[in-house]
Write a protein that binds this ligand. Sequence first.
Ligand code: HEM
Length: 536
Amino acid sequence: DDTASKLDEQTKAQDLSANTASPGARLTDNMGHAVSDDQNSLRAGVRGPTLMEDFLFREKLHHFDHERIPERVVHARGAGAHGYFQLDKSLSAYTTAKVLTEVGVQTPVFARFSTVAGSRGSADTARDVRGFAVRFYTQEGNWDLVGNNIPVFFIQDAIKFPDLIHSVKPEPHNEIPQAASAHDTFYDFISLTPESMHMLMWVHSDRAIPRSFAMMEGFGVHTFRLVNAQGHAHLVKFHWKPLLGVHSLVWDEAQKIAGKDPDFHRRTMWESIEAGQPFEWELGVQVFTEAQAEGWDFDVLDATKIVPEDLVPVQRVGRMVLNRNPDNYFAETEQVAFMTTNIVPGIDFSDDPLLQGRNFSYLDTQLSRLGSPNWPELPINRPVNRVANNQRDGHMRQTVNRGRVSYEPNTLGGNKPAEVPQARGGYVSYPERVSGPKVRARAESFGDHYGQARLFWNSMTPVEKEHITRSLQFELSKVETRDIRLRMLGHLERINEVLAAQVARALGERPRVGGTARPGGTADSAAETAVLAAAT
Ligand code: HEM
């Protein structure tokens, strides 16, 4: 019942503060017993053994012994902040989602930025993709836009994700991160995975060494669906545009900062927000129809492709302001559990096979990481609207469900779904028509792996091209296995011959010119022709 949804009116900040413990209070143990001496254990004689009955000692050590939880299997290194999202332009023509239709309303958000490959204690400025995860605590439940600062991804199908991550993480025999040591496993996998070439170009560009979290774009990456009040669907890509613009470090700076100040990004965000200077982005959308998408030479369900902005411009519809640091890193930034399946009525998935797989993985991983199916009760994870269902019990259950009914249907006073779900705001999936043979195969429309990699290269300024070239020279020089280096050069040739020739030369290989590069992939200026001539 709506009258029961009193929590709607609370902000997330008030909700969280209900769980805070104040500093400066009288010391007690967890059971509320006042502690007289926290520094000496209870002994039989001042030089004698510690007594088993010392419940204060045992409780303190017991809790300490269990303080660590597993770090995230990816994106372990991160920093978060609270704030709000405010809509400026209604998208009611496309969606019923209140967060995207109620102009002027401020929706509380929590955002977490991360690197992908490094462990929790790794350096902020490593060359890597940055996670850009935003949770909107909407009146209709949590909406998580779990994105990255690069608009495409390495792989087209989620079944390859464990392979990708195993290839980039420290090698299992010695656990040495690949930053300074051999890079063979990553480029072994990548060179056998041509669909990763577009993303690889972004990863070798300046986008992978942002100057600040506040100076990077964010992307939902996948195509999602918006559904309006008439039940009509449009496809959508989500973008975050930083108010400060996009700025990067240069590689030399990034490496020096990694040594001198490994917390550079998280500290900059913390200090800026403490000083009253929020981090801000505009939310942009590219909205298009299935019919439009059918006319394009790439598949919008393929996460290795962008929808170029000259095909569909980005409309800016609202603003995110991050203006409050967490009270407690562990309780908030570490325990926040984003999930791509957190969506609200009016927003739906597409059939992107990467997104479909993510929809399983995020829920699944939380049990390993947070340890109990009751993790949604944690303050940072619970929505601002009321939760009411027939789930019960489990490790660390906090909610005290009243009454005798924990089943549905029921007539004895339990929870029930709304009778007309759509009219009452219940989540209804878009009734997309699907059919086809059950196959393990990929559509032919996912087949071009080089076109957008080339588009990206061609869109770069000369300085940016030089940075990409140098980055590839540096990283591939750390690949010890020659076959892998040669396979990588083969891919680069198909993207741009100048690039491939320059990287080949740095690796001591003979560049192959006039090979496989297609139109637009060859030297496109007199200067580049000269470079090519010099390289060969
Ligand atoms: C974190 C799986 C692709 C963005 C994670 C986590 C898992 C995961 C298991 C750890 C979550 C946790 O412990 O809380 C996958 C799988 C993918 C995939 C299976 C592909 C099949 C992507 C893509 C993006 C992305 C394409 C960007 C659009 C993120 C972000 C986080 C994350 C931002 C960190 C969330 C946070 O800050 O807590 N992913 N991921 N992932 N993933 Fe993915």
